[in-house]
Ligand binder design. Structure first.
Ligand SMILES: *Cc1c(COP(=O)(O)O)cnc(C)c1O
Length: 498
């Protein structure tokens, strides 16, 4: 792979492993546990005919193995994961940053982690205080009026925010059916809007990488409930017209939804509430550092303007006159959204976000954003020559390239992404955002040291300089190239299915 040319670094290079399924290595009669001899009379299992209709007709075909065989199988598989704790994870839009261990230490403290949502209120005062303080922090960071911690992920935050917008219009005695989105939108935006009962009207990203006011004005009418846009957007560019867009929306009593997944680029620098946002979701697991990407729990609180605050779902934490905390669940006017999650949301993520914010302080949060921007722009400056930059602009925390410079050499986005695996990197986000053909979206995040970014830059430069060397990649992995189309179209979820 020619990496020897580079400065020596500590890193894992590709490992070749092979692992049979437990079914393939099953040995009939093998056991994981030795049971004592039976000390009661044995009996035959009832015959098939005497069992109930729903009873099992044949014994389950479970693999039979010893305990060490099972432990080694799963332990070996666990080392096949790529993780942020192994190296740069440049997946754009996902903010795969290092998660400080202090978060985990506090989340695992039994006084915090062993709480149960049905514990009596007097036992839960500390937990309620954490929730209350986190809400306060999120209000300060966004400059908005109120917060609900309840949604379980970014997408559910979007859904809840959009339902709030529908409720706002319903309370004014009208039905508005349309949401304006940008062509740079994350897939969850149109999906959430559709699920919340809206139709989508799309505006194109302008030549400078952000929405033009005139394009919004053209589609804005009395049937528009609001506009939904990520800011900074998925090209990594700040929506420069956002204040004016908020104004023209508000003139029509339409609302502005900000997808806050990219908040790590603007914390302490600009606040959505100051430019007219009515609702924003936080992806606590991205911006505020909870390990994610493995399908674990996320958290997607929303912050809202005065317009939407009366409709936030309950229960919610509140302070009593004596300074103690309670859970407010009474809705005297009957205008609030029904709850969107069991209990109060994903408390484990609240803890990590609360610790993260406290450990950094407001100057630290601003430094997070500044460093995220600095790192992304370092990568941009180093890679601009070899990868094409389809949208020139003032990039913040992530950069979208594409494969235009490589295509005639037979190299494309997918091959480059797969080839990076051979160099020990998780591939960047590819083919998103959709407004860029064959996009390669890189987000280093603020936690990447320069040496690791240099290693990545070196790998990309080498890959593009040896186009002929990139067929049937990745090579140094247990499964080189799966047939993605077949995998998606012909799902085989049952090992025993013929
Ligand atoms: C990640 C992301 C979402 C969805 O958030 P989830 O927590 O994965 O549901 C929405 N919009 C953008 C721009 C994102 O990056």
């Amino acid at each position: 792979m020619g990496q020897e040319k580079h400065r020596k670094t500590t890193t894992s290079r590709a490992v070749v492993l092979e692992e049979a399924t437990l079914f393939e290595v099953s040995r009939p009669g093998a056991r994981g546990a030795a049971l004592p001899p039976l000390d009661v009379p044995s009996c035959e299992l009832p015959s098939d005919s005497s069992r109930s209709k729903s009873g099992r007709k044949v014994l389950p075909r479970l693999p039979e193995l010893s305990e060490p065989e099972v432990v080694r199988h799963f332990t070996r598989l666990s080392t096949w994961n790529y993780a942020i704790d192994l190296g740069l994870y440049p997946l754009g839009s996902c903010t795969m940053k290092y998660n400080p261990r202090v978060n985990e230490a506090i989340a695992r403290d039994p006084r915090v982690g062993d709480a149960h949502p049905q514990d009596p209120l007097q036992w839960s005062q500390g937990h309620l205080q954490i929730m209350h303080e986190l809400k306060q922090d999120l209000k300060d960071i966004t400059g908005l009026a109120d917060v609900s911690l309840m949604p379980a992920a970014g997408a559910q935050g979007e859904f809840t925010g959009l339902r709030l917008m529908a409720q706002y219009h319903a309370q004014k005695g009208r039905h508005r059916s349309k949401i304006i989105t940008a062509d740079s939108a994350h897939g969850t935006n149109p999906a959430s809007a559709t699920l919340a009962g809206f139709e989508i009207v799309q505006v194109q990203t302008g030549p400078h990488g952000y929405i033009e006011v005139e394009d919004v004005r053209r589609v804005l009418n009395d049937d528009v409930a609001g506009l939904m846009v990520t800011n900074p957007n998925t090209l990594g560019i700040f929506e420069k017209n956002i204040k004016e867009i908020a104004e023209i929306l508000h003139e029509k009593d339409a609302l502005l939804y900000i997808d806050g997944a990219n908040l790590n680029a603007v914390m302490g620098i600009t606040r959505p509430g100051d430019y007219g946002a009515d609702v924003i979701q936080f992806n606590l697991h991205k911006t505020f550092s909870t390990p994610h990407g493995g399908g674990g729990p996320g958290s997607g609180p929303i912050a809202v303007s005065e317009r939407l605050a009366p409709f936030l779902p309950l229960p919610d934490v509140a302070v009593r006159p004596d300074g103690s905390y309670e859970l407010k669940s009474h809705d005297p006017n009957g205008v609030r959204l029904p709850r969107v999650k069991a209990f109060y949301g994903n408390f484990g993520m609240f803890i990590r976000a609360w610790v993260y914010i406290r450990a950094l302080g407001s100057d630290g949060l601003r430094a997070v954003s500044e460093n995220a921007i600095l790192n992304a722009n370092y990568l941009k400056s180093q890679l601009e020559g070899c990868l094409n930059l389809p949208v020139e602009g003032d990039h913040l925390h992530e950069i979208v390239f594409n494969d235009r410079n490589q295509r005639e050499l037979g190299l494309d986005t997918s091959l480059m992404a797969k080839r990076l695996i051979d160099y020990g990197f998780h591939p960047p986000t590819v083919h998103f955002p959709l407004c860029v053909k064959n996009a390669i979206m890189v987000e280093p995040t603020e936690t990447e040291p320069i040496a690791e970014m240099d290693r990545f830059i070196g790998a990309v430069r080498e890959i593009v300089s040896e186009p002929g060397n990139n067929d049937s990649v990745p090579r140094h992995v247990p499964r080189a190239r799966v047939d993605e189309t077949r995998a998606a179209r012909q799902l085989k979820l049952n090992h025993f299915a013929e």
